[in-house]
Ligand binder design. Structure first.
Ligand code: NAP
Length: 316
């Protein structure tokens, strides 16, 4: 029986519940591919899933899916980028050697050297060919931040020249949302803290506001679309003020409204925009697989800048 390394989470708790172990390497079924994972990510969602800092409104619904008293799937991890190592006999979309990226959804299991995935989209994941001009680590940011940004920016039906405010412009989805709104022709204002103002400007925001220094917006300023890209658990006096600055026909959307759609067609669109240079995944830090506890501690502080990736290196 072949073995692989994986990060095991057998109970909810602090980062230290995560342990590196050897487990059985999976074998793909007829309609599955086996992904040799080169990079995964530690996202805001992984922190909630591991079990600390979970906003109370999400606690019961999330635990119903992932396990009431302990994780039903001991290998967690939502995001992966890697290479197809083998395929089942019914697989049509992928070939051995394809470089792919995607999300594992309720299937979890991305904190491992290998993961079997269906080629079709479901609540257990979506997979697509990764952008050729990114590393595997950057591809994890494009997958998670990109899918979130695409789904929620789309809700704004942005028209050229409209004023768009992205609250939480410096996180994984925020950095992607600023770039996407800018690409769609919006005049973007990004809200972040002092340390990230320059980054957000460099992503195409024409204006930036520091939520740690400013509590109100200039009177008369109105936005056609406001996206809260950090979610309902993170707020400030400025966020409350932003909600009142909607144009009469404007729309306010939170990234926590509804569930993330796992959609490989969207991943394919993100790939095109990244390859054309319109969107660039922003990496804050890369950790080694063995440093997963440290990576969770870092992301758990709630201030990552872009995304945090985890490289899975092998000796052979
Ligand atoms: N709908 C769904 O199914 C779904 C799925 C997954 C995730 N989500 C939501 O998406 C959210 C965003 O995830 P993410 O990974 O993109 O974000 P994130 O990376 O966790 O956000 C980090 C960023 O938040 C900023 N931040 C922290 N506190 C803030 C505050 N009070 N006001 C404004 N910005 C603040 C930080 O900037 P500074 O350091 O500058 O403060 C940092 O850049 C998650 O938290 C979750 O709520 C929803």
């Amino acid at each position: 029986m072949e073995k692989m390394r994986a990060i095991i989470c057998t109970r909810y708790g602090p980062p230290e519940v995560l342990q590196l172990r050897e487990v059985e390497k999976p074998t793909p079924k007829d309609d599955e591919v086996l992904v040799k994972i080169h990079a995964t990510a530690v996202t805001a969602s992984d922190i909630f899933i591991r079990g600390s800092q979970i906003p109370i409104q999400f606690l019961i619904p999330m635990r119903l899916y992932i396990g009431l008293t302990r994780p039903r799937k001991s290998i967690i991890g939502l995001v992966l980028a890697g290479e197809i190592e083998s395929i089942g006999k019914d697989v049509k979309r992928f070939r051995i050697g394809d470089q792919v990226y995607g999300l594992t959804g309720f299937g979890l299991g991305a904190y491992a050297e290998y993961k079997c995935m269906k080629e079709t989209d479901s609540t257990h994941g979506c997979l697509a060919i990764k952008p050729v001009n990114t590393s595997y680590e950057e591809a994890t940011v494009a997958a998670y931040g990109g899918l979130l940004a695409f789904q929620y920016v789309e809700k704004g039906n942005i028209q050229h020249g409209q004023k768009v405010l992205i609250y939480g412009a410096s996180g994984t989805s925020g950095t992607m949302a600023v770039q996407l709104a800018n690409y769609l022709g919006a005049r973007v204002t990004g809200v972040c803290s002092s340390t990230n103002l320059e980054l957000v400007k460099s992503l195409g925001a024409e204006a930036v506001i520091d939520y740690t220094k400013v509590n109100t917006l200039d009177p008369g300023v109105q936005y056609d679309f406001i996206l809260d890209a950090v979610g309902k658990a993170k707020t400030s006096k400025l966020k409350v003020a932003c909600k009142k600055a909607l144009a009469p026909k404007g729309k306010y959307v939170s990234i926590d409204d509804g569930s993330l759609m796992l959609d490989s067609k969207r991943l394919a669109s993100i790939k095109e925009l990244v390859e054309a240079g319109h969107i660039k995944p922003i990496i804050d830090k890369c950790f080694r697989f063995e440093e997963i506890v440290e990576a969770h501690r870092y992301v758990g502080k709630g201030h990552k800048r872009g995304g945090v990736a985890v490289s899975i290196a092998r000796s052979s």
